[in-house]
Design a protein around this ligand. Structure first.
Ligand code: NAD
Length: 276
């Protein structure tokens, strides 16, 4: 369906008038980079039930009773993120910084906003590229090449004998037991508290912004999904960019890679002349 021109014009007016903008992103902003969302009809949770794959306890239990499935799940999560590149939606969000003060608040763990050049990115659910202690102290960062190599070996591990041992050996740079105890990817799973100080900074940014653009979020992942409404209750205009119907002051129906470049262009033109 074509983007509604009057909705686009209204959103562009609010964006042009804003001094501080929060761009709040979910899995949908990276869908056109080849990273599937979890919750859609074909999403990961349909094949890998959250109770077995979305908590640390569930993952340990799955490792013991069905190690091949664990390797398969890890491959499905790791591989698309490892090989992804930013899309036109990430690029338009990074370009917004030429015109206005922007804080990106993301639920994603794929580091694509930073890769595209966004400078203030608050990762509420952590990052797949960081290895941390159980208390969240970051020990080291991995790069896409290391994750890609790991994912390739995981695919083979899921189909072979001794799948648990092969899986543990394959992911040893990302998760395991070391001198400082258990280390693992710095991720928020179901039931975990959101990352600090990102969560606190995100509240402050939402309370202070004039315009919040929510891109590719189902508004179902709590408590993160409350932030755009917090911004709205503090007086900001809320713009939603999503193919699926979203509650907002204005909903721009379409994908991130289609709508975000159109919105930035409608607000500021193509040339990049800053207005603030
Ligand atoms: P979600 O509940 O936020 O839903 C995804 C939303 O994206 C839906 O509203 C869908 O309509 C929309 N969408 C789909 N394709 C789109 C597109 N091309 N452009 C714009 N919007 C689009 O997210 P989820 O999939 O249930 O994921 C839950 C959590 O899992 C996320 O909050 C995140 O922490 C994590 N996750 C991260 C990634 C990533 O890092 N790329 C990917 C999947 C899931």
């Amino acid at each position: 369906m074509a983007l509604d021109p009057s909705a686009l014009a209204q959103a562009a007016d609010w964006l042009r008038a804003a001094r501080r903008v929060v761009v709040f992103t979910g899995a949908g902003v990276s869908a056109e980079s080849g990273i599937p969302t979890f919750r859609d009809a074909e999403g990961l949770w349909q094949r890998f039930p959250p109770e077995r794959f979305a908590t640390w306890r569930g993952l340990v239990r799955t490792a013991l009773v069905a190690p091949g499935q664990l390797a398969e799940f890890l491959y499905e999560v790791l591989h698309p993120i490892a090989v992804a590149a930013p899309n036109a939606g990430h690029a338009a969000i990074a370009r917004l910084e030429q015109f206005v003060d922007v804080t990106v608040v993301t639920q994603n763990i794929d580091a694509l906003h930073q890769e595209e050049g966004s400078t203030t990115v608050l990762e509420l659910h952590g990052s797949l590229f960081e290895v941390a202690t159980r208390r969240g102290r970051v020990l080291r960062r991995l790069d896409r090449a290391a994750l890609t190599a790991m994912a390739d070996r995981l695919r083979r591990a899921s189909r072979r004998r001794f799948a648990l041992l092969r899986t543990l050996w394959t992911v040893r740079k990302l998760a395991g037991v070391g001198l400082r105890g258990i280390y693992r990817p710095n991720l928020v799973l179901f039931g975990d508290a959101l990352c600090e100080p990102a969560w606190t900074h995100a509240h402050t940014a939402c309370k202070q912004c004039d315009c919040c653009i929510q891109v590719g979020c189902s508004q179902a992942v709590l408590p993160a999904a409350l932030l755009p409404w917090e911004a709205q209750s503090a007086g900001a205009k809320l713009i939603a960019v999503d193919p699926a119907a979203s509650v907002a002051d204005v909903w721009l129906q379409g994908t991130a890679a289609e709508v975000m470049p159109a919105l930035v262009q409608a607000a500021f033109g193509a040339t990049g002349n800053a207005q603030h």
